[in-house]
Design a protein. Structure first.
Length: 210
């Protein structure tokens, strides 16, 4: 009788881990900051501004070796990091700048069991990043009744990379909660400087494991 009970427990454990393999779909919310190691003006303007966004992810996980151990997978992700805006008034003068970015990434996914209900997750891969920058200003000049007004905008799609470190928790066999820290970086190739820019993101995602 004891052998039968032990065998059933082993089978049940294997079934639970088998549910972690296969396709999964995730949707989550994000909180991001933008910065640049090369462009000090950009960092000074936006480093204290935090944006809210969202992310979607579709992936596939394979069990490698014993169930409950090491998992390897691939995923495609879309991140909308949200918009940050900085606005300043200097008497009758005015300036406003905004920046936002989105990224499509293809990632290698590595999962390692820490407990039956929790995995450590590492993801890395190339990304296609689209950004938009806008600026407008009003400068007082006594020679003009309302002062000169100007605006400019810039947008581009660049190649970059994404890396994610996090933990995935399994309240049930088919639902998972991922809490992660993500970095997405790209180099702006439009200008001679080739400055690098990055979005640093905290994310919380709900996953459904098929």
């Amino acid at each position: 009788m004891k052998r039968i009970v032990i065998a059933l427990l082993i089978l049940a454990s294997g079934t639970a881990w088998a549910d972690k393999a296969g396709f999964y779909l995730g949707v989550g919310i994000t909180s991001s900051t933008y910065s640049s190691p090369d462009d000090d003006d950009f960092t000074d303007i936006f480093e204290d501004e935090r944006s809210s966004g969202w992310r979607g992810e579709l992936g596939y996980i394979w069990d490698l070796g014993k169930p409950g151990g090491f998992h390897l997978g691939v995923a495609g992700t879309y991140d909308n990091f949200g918009e940050v805006t900085r606005e300043e008034h200097f008497g009758v003068e005015y300036a406003k700048v905004s920046f936002e970015a989105q990224a499509f990434s293809v990632l290698v996914v590595i999962e390692q069991e820490l407990a039956s209900w929790a995995d450590f997750v590492f993801k890395v891969g190339p990304a296609s990043v689209n950004y938009e920058f806008e600026a407008s200003y009003l400068i007082f000049d006594p020679s003009f009744p309302f002062g000169p007004y100007g605006s400019e905008s810039d947008s581009s799609t660049e190649i970059g990379g994404t890396m994610i470190l996090g933990f995935t928790f399994f309240p049930t066999d088919f639902l998972a909660i991922e809490l992660a820290r993500q970095g997405t970086a790209f180099v702006d190739s439009q200008y001679d400087e080739n400055n690098a820019y990055a979005a640093g993101t905290w994310s919380a995602s709900l996953q459904y494991r098929f």
